[in-house]
Structure formats: C-alpha cells, structure tokens
Design a protein around this ligand. Structure first.
Ligand code: ADP
Length: 760
C-alpha cells in the first residue's frame, strides 16, 4: 500500500480543493470488486446448493431403494401369510368333506370363520369350472371371469387382481378331496388405508401407489392418484424389454421414484410406485440456504466497503498529485510526499523532480529578467543623461543663432548663421530619433485628448511653410466625420506625421503634397501623398530600416540620415498602428499611417492663438512683464536675456534654486522660468518652496515654467506634479518659449478670474 501524501498539510497551506473528479474511478473500482465478489459467491453458492441437492437426492434414492426392498419383503410375507391361511382351510378335513359333499352351509361357515380370524377382506371358493361356489366378502363384488379362469388354470396362484375397480392382493390354494375339486382364494384389498399403513413402515413419506394396467393398455387401478407424468413413466417401464424391468430408482419430474413390478393374476400388469418430492428432501437444508444468503449479503457489504477504501487509497495520491499540479500551474512551490515504493510512489518522485526543475528554471528566469531590467534602466539613465548633456551645448548654439538672426547683419553673415542653425537643428533631430528608437516601450504611451484637425495642422505647420518656400502646393483635408476630439498619444502621433510630411516635402521638387485624414472601425488613416521623386520598387521596404536611404548622395543633398521612417514605423507599431507606402519612381509616393484612436464626443477645444509672439509684442503703455529666471549656466543666462529683453521683459536672474526661492519671496514677479538641474537647490525643490511660501501668504500661484533638457515623459510629469504650469525643452526654441510663457500667463489669468467670480 503506498504511503499517502500529507493531504491535510497541503490543504492547510491554502490550496483550494476542487470537486474530486476521481470519484468516478473509485465508484467504478468499488462496483467492479463487489460485482466480482457477487459472481464468485454465486458460483460457490450454486455449487454448494447443487452438491446439497445431489446429496439429498442420493439419500432419497438410497432410502427409496431400501424402502422398495422392504415393501417387497412385506409383500412376500403377506403373500405367505395369505397362502398359509388358504392352505390351512384347503387342507382342513371337515372343510374338504364339506366340499366333497357339497355342503354349502358348512363351507360358508368355515370360510367366514377363517376370513374373520385372519382379518382378510375377501375369501372365495372357486370350482373346477371357474365359477365362484362360495364367497365371504365385505362387498358383493366378485372377481371377473378372466381372473377366475386364471385361477382355475393353475395349481396355485399368487398376485394382484382388480375387483370392482379396486386392486386386491390374492393367493389361491387348491382343495384336494383327495382329487382336485376347487380353490380357496384369499384376497386383501389394497386401498388408501392399506397404502398409508405401508407408508408408516418407511422413514420418509413415500406415498406408495399400486397401479394396474389392463391388457388393452388402459389403467384399471390407481390407488393414490399418480400424476400423468408418473403414469407415463410407469407405462414406459412396463413397455421396456423384460430384462430391464427391474425395480429401479428414477427421476419423475420434481420427485424421485422407484417402480417395483408386482405379480398379477390374469393378464394385467401391476406395479408398486414409491415416490418422494425432492423439494421436501431439501427442506431440511433451507436453513443452510438462508445462512448462505445472509453470509453473502454480509460479504458484499464488507467487500464493497473494503474495495471502496482500497480504491480511495489508489485515488487519493492521484488526487493529491492533481491538486499539486494545479498549484504548480498557479506558480506555487510544490512538493508531494513520496514514500511509497510502488508505481504511484515513482510517479510522486518524478513529479517532485519536475516541480523542482520548474522552480529552478523560474528562479533563473527571474534572475535574468531582473538583470535585463537593470540593464534597461541603466540604458534609460544613460540616454537621459546623454540627452541632457548634448542638449545643453546645443541650447547654446541654437539660442545664440536665433538671437543673432534677429540682429541686423549682411547677407553673408546671415547665410552662415542659417548654416549654424540648420546644423544644430539637424543634430537635435538625430538626437530625438535615437532617443525615440531606444525608449520604444508600451509603458511610455501617453493618452491625451486632442482635436484631430488642430493636431494635423500643427504637425504640418513647419512643413507647409517649407513647401511654400519651394513653391509646392500643400493641402490638408480632414474628413468631416473625423473632425473633433480624439484620445491617444498626441505627441507621438504628431512626430510620426511630421516625419512623413517633412519627407514628402523634402523629396518633392515640384507639384505638391496632400495630407488626407479619415477613419473607420476606430482606426484613423492619414494619407500623405506627394508628386516627388518616388521610391524604386526594390527599395520600397528597406526605407523603413534605420539609417537606410535610397540614394545616399542624392538624399545627402536633401539632408537626413535615414532615421525618420524607422522612427515613424517604430512609433506607429507602439501605438498599435502601422505605416505603409506605395510609390512609383519619378511620379511620387503615398505614405499611409493607420493608428487606433478613441473618438470622444463633445466640442473641440479652442485652438491656440495663431501667433503666441503677438501676445508678447510690447503694446502701448502696458507695464513690462516681470520675469524671474533661475539658471546656473552662463550661456543659457545670456540666451534668455537676449531672447526676452528685446520684448521689454523685466528679467531678473537667479544663480540657483535657493537664490530663486529667496528672490521670489523678496520681490514681485509675474512669471518664473525654472531650470531643473542646479546646484544648492534643484528647480523642483525651489518650486515646492515657492508654492509653500505662496500658500502661507494666501497669494495666488504665480506661473512657473520649467526650462530644461530633461524632457522624458516621467520627468515632465514630476515637474507638473510639483506645481509647474508648463515645460520648455532645451535647446530653447524662441517660439516655443514664447508660447509656453503666453499659455502659462493665460492659465493664471483664467484661474484669477475664476477666484474673483467665486469671491464675488
Ligand atoms: P531621412 O529622410 O532622414 O533620410 P527616412 O527614414 O525618413 O530618413 O527616409 C529614408 C529614405 O526613404 C529617404 O532617404 C528617402 O530615400 C526615402 N524616402 C522617404 N520618404 C520619401 C518620399 N516621400 N519620397 C521619396 N523617397 C522617400
């Protein structure tokens, strides 16, 4: 018997137990065992009963055979008795004299006397001519002629004859005077009383019956209602050849019987039939049958319980294994107790080995996942740092180029400035592309509400301008049903669109570019078609590979390093969409961008002011805007000053976060521009300090705009959470800085108006 696993312990560990489906197997085994037992018991019982029945029949047969002999003996004895009685009378001197003188009265009285003395039923004197001379009988019946002729035909006769339908055992003795002058016949009636008296002599009730069949085959006497089957059996016995006509025990129907042939006077055939029903013989064994039945029932119960328990022993370890497997599937650490030496024990051991293997592999997997995550974090950190480090000097280059472009200069000077600016912008684009490709991570997706038309127009704004400069037509068509508010990663969508549109403008020397937008099934489709140089068929898929260009020398003239399309495809895939292209060399290309977006109901938000600079343009006698700028880098300080002061901004510079917070508390400012990475106190800490101070004074929050090279989405979120109103990326683009300042001031004004309304 296998040692069972510690189920209680396993369940105590909290594994829920499912409804055991193995009960089917248990029930089957139970039924099987019980059925087997019943079958075996049935066979044994039948064998026992058959043996008992055979034995009982044998006993009955022996008894019958013995009884047959006893009856035979009794029969003979009575025949002798009758014979001696008849002889006594036949030899009696007085009687013989009376017969000789034909003295009827003397004969009659002698006959009557002896019959009465011997208790015989009938006595006759038969003459030589076969007629009854004198009769002494209880009935008036006389033997028929055939019987009388038979008696008259022989010296002495002994046997059965039938008189008035009843069988008689009779004996005839000759009367010699001294010549033969007749016969004395003594007969005993074989009635039911006689049969009963015979029956008393046997140990078992044999129901003896005397059957007499006439020469014509008809039954003349049937003393104790023998059945048809018995009569048929006796007929068969009588018709058999004489050699086989001996007393024998046979089976007649449900009884055993012995047929004993008897002598007959005249032509009749006579038998004595003794029979005994077997059921009666088996009656004494009924208690045995009852006891066996009881034992069988008891056995079935015991075996059923035993086999159920046995089946349970087999199924329990299986159940435990199944539960353990279920827990293994849920990721738990599992071991089952495996102490048995049988097949189930082996199964349990290999299960444990498997569970151990799985656990080991899981640990290894977890370790390598952790390693990979750590490496990924390191990469992100590196990228973030690199981005910052490159953006800061770029800020210097681009900022200065922008400022210098505003100052009057000669044509050659202006051209050189433009080269500086374009080179810087190209570098910035490359930096952005590399950053985008390396941080393509679904977790970085940002869902934002936006107006689709406005987004497309904004994404195309710069390229539309460039198209105009190249004398190209530029059209935007947003389907009417696609207008309105949508939700999705607006920043990435803008970037992909602008990549595709700028390519279209870049590679189109004449003709134009159209941007068509529509949607269906939650997917918005942007088709950017141009009439440009097109892409050779063999290149069509390769343009999406990073750093791939159709014609390096040709595109070099147009600028770019083969990153735009791979970034576009990467981002589209990240957003769950795709980018595809159809193109014909020399005729133009159609780029299709499909992105799943969520359509929102409700009106489109108001579009931002067309020219944010306009808001900052000095207007009449308006007081100058008081701006506090926290910036530790001298170049950046110079850029801010150069960018803002021409617009009459009253700019105060702070060297670090602490100084900024102190200066803010001391003075009055309309707006704060806050660098983030600064010595002493970071921009975030300074912002928190400023907001605390305002809260203490009960003053309305002054807008604070972050100006930073840290532009990863989680960093931006952190700044907004600290209480900043907007973020401007370094390198600073003048237009974006002015737009951010304008929208921050706008937001503050709206908030102030609202508080004023609430206060009123
Ligand atoms: P880049 O433009 O920076 O070289 P892209 O990945 O954006 O890199 O484009 C890869 C190449 O695919 C381009 O150099 C150009 O050869 C080809 N290409 C992209 N867009 C178009 C277009 N609209 N028409 C013709 N060729 C194009």
């Amino acid at each position: 018997m296998p040692k069972l696993p510690n189920l209680a312990g396993m369940f105590a560990r909290g594994a829920p137990l499912r409804a055991p489906r193995f009960t089917h197997l248990r029930a089957k085994l139970t039924v099987l065992y019980a059925g087997l037992f019943v079958a075996i018991l049935f066979v044994i019982l039948s064998a026992v009963y058959a043996a008992v029945a055979r034995n009982a029949e044998r006993i009955v047969r022996d008894e019958l055979a013995a009884s047959g002999q006893v009856f035979d003996r009794i029969w003979t004895l009575r025949a002798r008795e009758l014979e001696s009685g008849a002889n006594v009378l036949a030899r009696d001197f007085g009687f013989r004299a009376a017969v000789a003188t034909q003295d009827a009265a003397t004969i009659q009285s002698a006959l009557d006397n002896l019959r009465a003395r011997l208790g015989i039923d009938a006595a006759f004197v038969v003459g030589l001519d076969g007629r009854v001379l004198t009769a002494s009988s209880r009935s008036r019946a006389r033997p028929n002629d055939a019987v009388l002729q038979a008696i008259a035909g022989q010296d002495a006769a002994s046997g059965v004859f039938v008189m008035a339908g009843a069988p008689y055992q009779a004996v005839a003795a000759p009367i010699l005077t001294p010549m033969l002058s007749g016969w004395v016949v003594f007969a005993v009636r074989l009635d039911q009383a006689e049969m009963k008296a015979l029956e008393q002599l046997s140990a078992i009730p044999l129901q003896p019956v005397v059957l007499v069949r006439g020469a014509d085959g008809g039954w003349k006497a049937n003393t104790w209602a023998a059945s048809t089957a018995e009569l048929e059996a006796v007929s068969a016995f009588l018709d058999a050849p004489k050699s086989r006509r001996q007393a024998s025990v046979t089976r007649i129907g449900p009884a055993v019987a012995v047929i004993q042939p008897l002598a007959a006077i005249a032509q009749d055939r006579v038998v004595l039939l003794l029979r005994y029903p077997l059921a009666q013989a088996l009656e004494p064994y009924s208690w045995l049958l009852g006891a066996l039945l009881l034992l069988a029932l008891l056995g079935v119960g015991v075996i059923a319980a035993g086999s159920w328990a046995l089946a349970r022993n087999v199924t329990r370890p299986l159940l435990a294994l199944r539960d353990a497997a279920a827990r293994l599937e849920r990721g738990e650490t599992v071991q089952v107790e495996a102490a048995g030496t049988d097949e189930i024990g082996a199964l349990e051991r290999s299960f444990n080995a498997m569970a151990q293997g799985i656990a080991q592999r899981e640990r290894a997997l977890k370790l390598s996942t952790e390693k990979a995550e750590a490496a990924n974090r390191a990469k992100s950190d590196f990228l973030s740092n690199m981005s910052h480090e490159i953006r800061t000097p770029l800020n210097g280059i681009l900022g200065m180029a922008q400022i210098m472009a505003r100052e009057p200069a000669d044509a050659a000077h202006g051209q050189r400035l433009a080269v500086i600016r374009e080179s810087g912008e190209a570098l910035l684009k490359i930096l952005n592309g590399i950053l985008e490709i390396s941080k393509a991570d679904p977790a970085s997706l940002e869902a934002r509400d936006f107006d689709l038309g406005a987004l497309v127009r904004a994404a195309c704004a710069a390229d539309a301008k460039a198209a105009g400069a190249k004398r190209l037509t530029f059209d935007i068509a947003v389907a009417a049903e696609s207008q309105g508010r949508w939700r999705g990663d607006a920043r990435r969508l803008t970037q992909v669109l602008s990549n595709l549109v700028s390519n279209a403008v870049k590679f189109t020397p004449q003709g134009g570019v159209t941007v068509a937008v529509d949607h269906g099934d939650g997917v918005v489709r942007f088709r950017i078609a141009d009439t440009g140089v097109g892409i050779p068929a063999r290149w069509i898929e390769e343009v999406f590979e990073a750093f791939s260009q159709v014609d390096a020398s040709a595109t070099r003239a147009a600028g770019g390093m083969g990153l735009g399309l791979s970034v576009a495809r990467e981002m589209a895939t990240l957003m769950g969409g795709k980018v595809s292209v159809a193109s014909e060399e020399g005729r133009g290309s159609v780029f299709t961008l499909e992105v799943p977006l969520v359509k929102l109901s409700g009106a489109a938000p108001a579009e931002p002011a067309a020219d944010p600079l306009a808001d900052l343009e000095p207007e009449g006698e308006a007081p100058p805007l008081r701006v506090l700028a926290a910036e530790d880098n001298k170049t950046n300080q110079l850029i801010l000053t150069s960018l803002l002061e021409p617009f009459g901004v009253d700019l105060t510079l702070a060297e670090n976060g602490r100084e900024a917070a102190e200066m803010f508390a001391a003075g009055a400012f309309d707006l704060v521009l806050m660098d983030i990475q600064m010595p002493e106190m970071t921009g975030v800490e300074a912002t928190l300090a400023i907001r605390q101070g305002e809260a203490k004074r009960g003053a309305a929050p002054t807008p604070i705009v972050a100006v930073t090279a840290n532009v990863m989405s989680e960093q931006v979120a952190e700044y907004l959470a600290a209480g900043m109103s907007g973020v401007v990326a370094k390198p600073i683009e003048a237009e974006k800085l002015f737009a951010a300042i304008a929208s921050a001031l706008d937001g503050a004004a709206q908030a102030a108006a609202q508080t004023a309304v609430q206060a009123a």
